[in-house]
Structures are given as structure tokens and as C-alpha cells.
Design a binder for this molecule. Sequence first.
Ligand code: ADP
Ligand code: ZN
Ligand code: ZN
Length: 717
Amino acid sequence: MSNVTSCIEVAVFSPLRQTFFYLAPDPAPRPGTRVSVPFGKGKRLGVILATGPCPAGITAKLVDQVLDAEPLLPATLQKLLEFGGHYYHHAPGEVWSTALPTLLCQGHALPSLCRTVYILGAKAPRSGGELRGRRQRDLLEKFLREGTVREESLSSPERQTFRSFLKRSWVEPAEILPDFCRARTPAYHLGPDQEEAIRQLESSQGFAPFLLEGVTGSGKTEVYLQMARKFLEQGQQALFLVPEIALIPQIQERCEQRFGAEHVAVYHSGLTDRERLSVWAKAGEGQILLVIGTRSSIFVPLARPALIVVDEEHDPSYKQQTGWLYSARDLAIRRAQLERVPVVLGSATPSLETLQNARMGRFQHLHLRTRTNSGTLPRIEILPLRHRRLEGGLDPALIEACAKTLEAGSQALFFLNRRGYAPALICHDCGTAISCPRCSASLTWHQSLRRLRCHHCGYENPAPRHCPGCGSPGLLPAGAGTEQLEEHLSRRFPSVPLLRVDRDRIHTQRQLRDALSAIHSQVPAILVGTQMLGKGHHFPAVALVGIVNVDQGLYSADFRAGERLAQTVLQVAGRAGRESRPGRVILQTHVPGHPLLEHLLQGKYSDAAMHLLQEREAASLPPYTALALLRAEAHDAGKVYGFLEQAIRSAPQGMALQGPLPSLMERRAGFHRAQIWVEAPSRVTLQSQLDTWIPGLQSLPMARRVRWMVDVDPLAF
Ligand code: ADP
Ligand code: ZN
Ligand code: ZN
């Protein structure tokens, strides 16, 4: 090994917050390259974060191996990860291992792609005469003769010589731009709002964030496509994010038709590790022009990035819920800033955070006001539930409306975010609900299986014969889930085909697609489903939508429940009754006078959103304040509260802390859960407070006895 002089700072792929120093052979490998390092009694893989002189007082060991010749990520993405680790106060090693494809974390090589061609570098000798070995002379002459050489065209002895050339930088990879054949299917002639949106996007320079707001069918995707095309034609790349794998096929198909399948790739957790690695490598080398993916694709490197799109930006799926709790939407904005490119957040129902950013002028707000197919949006109506007997969870008036819809030869859709037959089994005599032994939640009754199931931890049990509280045999299902809706509706309309869509019925994306396309053309028909139905799919034959449990969204301890309700209602409304079928959306509720519902009646998301923003402002909640949680969980509640109390005592002066408070679900899978709320007037203040507080938490006496994590900009409580 050569002289050892450089010191490197390494984040080991693990949840450790600490980084470690090692010595590396000179010249030091660059930040962003992987190393194997001695660690405890064994070896670990990690990534180099920085190089430089060793901090005083540290005796560093020698690295075991350097795995990459080049950094795995361009500098912009390395900065994004540094930012993301810092902003979400997460361990850098786990930030990197979340971002990288699994195979890279396991030490596999980044495939060097056979399509790479090489040219002579500036340092190369100018003629074969300067070289001694015959092999070297021959290879140099090949390069001088042919100009560009592909590695796979070389014989294996030639390849050895080639590697020595590469090491000396005599040869280097040359960028060849994929040739972008012009559009396959012609683009549409744009409507005036679309044209204006494109004009604004085109006139931006460098980093520019946009909110593209428009109802479903207003042509947002068309704007993304036409915008992307301008870049793709120049060999530049675009990244499209969607919230769920289920939404990928439709946009993928449109992109492939428009641009050619060879230029488009998808990246999501449904791919094999090899496929992910391959897309990663190709995108990083610029061979793929358009990457479509879910949350994790925000980390896919692009050689020539030009545009980032976040479709359905309001969707909570963009926030990771375990490990590193990042928001892919928010990181997309940061990435666009680092890459100096425009970023478009699209939605029919933007999140209040994004709307507020637009109102403050931080994002440019673009509107698509009309539907391209001039379809009308359904009428939204309120159905007051008062002293009426429900049939399987449905008001008789809703069933009546369903009957009329079916008679008219249309489809009816019932939306209920609760699977199973009933959310609880309750004792008729003492009122006890049978609850999960491991969670603070009642067990859901699945009648077809004749079992009780916990939807939070997977616990399940046959139904007990007698109430565990009083021994009475009178256990009855309370409330309604999709299974019960299905039972009642199919009994009431026995000759009408019915499709139920929830996680108990539908297990794969393919099943969902097949089921939906089978029902698509059947009229009349009934659809019953959870939010699985609400996202992304279009229901042209649906003329009636019944939203069954509106009240859950009105009276929830989660302050975002109202926003979610408004989004769900308008998303479902926007996907039903297209073209010539105007249709109705009926909201079944016990509180018909609720102000949020009255705003929804207008069918305008902006009205409801303004109302919700005012509520948030009055209650000093995000987006008017910045919020973070310190969460802790353990089998023993005493430890959870003990740790959180210590954390509060260790907090610097002037922080606005509340708690410890039990989480909305106090116990889950046997773990007690509690949290501290940290509020600050701005993200900047919040960050500087967390910076002084969080690093010390790991050395609190109770810190090792609980699982604890920081959740910045939390979506779940
Ligand atoms: P969104 O993404 O807002 O739901 P889309 O871009 O998917 O809207 O457009 C809805 C439908 O209208 C699609 O079938 C699309 O092909 C079509 N469409 C979009 N823009 C135009 C246009 N300018 N002229 C004609 N049809 C259009
Ligand atoms: Zn009882
Ligand atoms: Zn449970």
C-alpha cells in the first residue's frame, strides 16, 4: 500500500448517529465512495463523508478496502443526503443506506455499463513510439485509429492494458447522448391555461418551484409531458414522482408512447434489487432520459437533470414512516434547488403547506381551470343522519339514490375507509368492546373468516363465545366496514355485479387492475372500497358516490383529518362521472352544519382549504408553525415516560415543548408510545433548537432503554 496520510470520516451503514475516522492510502478516496472498515471485532461497510486531517486526539485505524473508484453520487445528491440527515436529525449511515439501492449497501459493484465508450484523455501519449510494451502500443494505436472504443469490444488481454490506461487517466469515458427520436404519438394542442403554465415554466431559470393546481382531467399530466419533452429533446433528463406504485403504469404508458420505451424507466420497491441497481446506474450515466418512481426515486442520480415533477403532491405516502422519516416532496424541492432546475408540484387538492408556500410567493401558483374534456364535476350533497336506522351502515336515502342510479344504467361507488365487517365486536350487556391485547385499539370483526383481527399489529383470534368482561354471550358487531356494506348491497341488489376493493380482497396491483378493468364497462354495477379505490383510478360510468364515514374526518384528534377529508371527497368526486354523466356525491354525516362540509358543498377545494388554513392559523398549527415530535416507545411505559422526562429536562431554555403525551395510538404491538411536541415559529428556529437538543439525547441515562426517533414535519401522531 502507498503512503498513508489522509484521514477520512466514515458513516457506517447502521443507525448509529456517530461518524468514525479512518486512515486511507494517498491520494485519499473522495467523499461519496464506499469503504469497508474495521469495526469492533469485525468489518462494516460505510461511505466516506469527508476527508482531511484527523481531528486531534483521535487514533484512527486503516481502512480495510476502498470499494469505488468514483463517488457513487454526484456532489448535488451528496449534499441532498447531508441536508436530509441534518434536517430530519437522522443517522447519516442510515440516510445513505435508505437512499442507495440495497445491492450497493451490501457491497456489490455499481455496474459499469457496457454502452459506455472511451476516448483518449489529455494525459495520454500522443504516439505509440512513446511506449515500450507492444500491448500498450497496440491499444493506443487502436484508440488513435478509431477515436472511440467500447470496453466490451476488447479482448481480455487488451482489457488488462485498458484498465492500466484508465488508472493513469490516459483514457476516459465519453458522454454519448442517447438519440431522442421525436415523439411517437403527437402531443395535444394545448388549452389556454396549459399554454400559460408551459410559458411560465419555460421562462424560469435555474431553480424555480411551481404549484400546478387543477382538477382531475384538467391536463396536468399533459403539461408535465410537454415540459419534459423540451428537455428530453436536448438529451436532458427528467424525474417524475408519484405517490404509489399503483399509479405508475398509467403515467408510464403515456410516457412510453410519447417518448419511446427505451428512454423511460421506472424505479420503485416492486422491482428486484438487480433491476433497481440497473436503473440507478443507467440514470446516473444519462442513458435513461425519464425516470418515473415512488418516494425513493428522489435519490436516483441523474447525469443531466433538468426537471423534477411531484404528482399528487398532497399525498401522505411521500413521507417515509419508518427509519429515516423524510418527505420525498420536500426533498424534491431541495434537490431542485441543489441541481438548479425547476420543480413542479401537481395536485387537484394541494396540501395546506404547499398552498401556503404559494400564497407567500415562495412557489409560483399555476392554475388549470377547466377540464380538457369539458366534463362537469359532480354535485356534492349532504345527507344528514338523524334518528334513522342504518342498513349495513347506509342511510335509506343513500340506498334509494343507489337504486335510481342503477336503474338509470350507471354505476354507484361507496367509499368507506374501514375494512372488515365491523370495527368492533361489542357486548350487548356491559358495553365492552373486545380489544387487541397488544394495542390500544378494538379488534375488527371479519365475518366471512369468523375471526377478530387487529389492523395495527396483525394479531388475530376466533371470536370468543362470551364477553371477556361479564361473561354474557351477547356479542354484536358495532359500526360498519366494507365487508358489511358489500353484504347489504348485494342482498338489496342481488342481480347487480358488485366489486369490493380493499386489502382483504385485493392483494396485488395486478389483481386491482384486472378487477377494475373487468367492472369498467359493466353497467349497472356497484363498487365498494377503501382509499385503495380513491387514488388515481378513473370511473367514467360512476354516477353516484356515497362517502360513508365523513364524520371520522371531522372529529379526529389528528389535526390533519379535515384536510384529508376535503382531499378525499374532491379526489373521488373528480374521478367519477366523467364526460356526459354529471353525477352526485353524497356525504353521509351526523353534523350536516359543520363548516367544513358547507365549504365542500361548493365543490371548490380552494374554499375548503382557506377555511382549514384559518383554523390552523387560529390554533397555531402548521403551516403557521414548524412542528417536530420526539417519539419514544418501549414495552414498559415507565421507561418511555422516564426517557421523555429526561429529554425535557435536558432541553435548552426557550424551547416550546409539550408533553410527554401519549401517541394517538397509545399502545401498538405491545409497545407503549408517547411523544413530545416541539413547536417553533419557523423552520429555521425549530432547526436551531433541535440542533442544540437532539445530539445530547443519546447520552441520557434512559436513552438506551427505549426506541426513540425524531419526526420533523410529522404527518402521523
Ligand atoms: P390530469 O393529469 O390533470 O388528470 P391529464 O393530463 O391526464 O389531466 O388529461 C386528462 C385527459 O385529457 C387525458 O386523457 C389527456 O390525454 C387529455 N388531454 C390533456 N390535455 C389535452 C389537450 N390540450 N387537448 C385534448 N386532450 C387533452
Ligand atoms: Zn359484557
Ligand atoms: Zn394489535
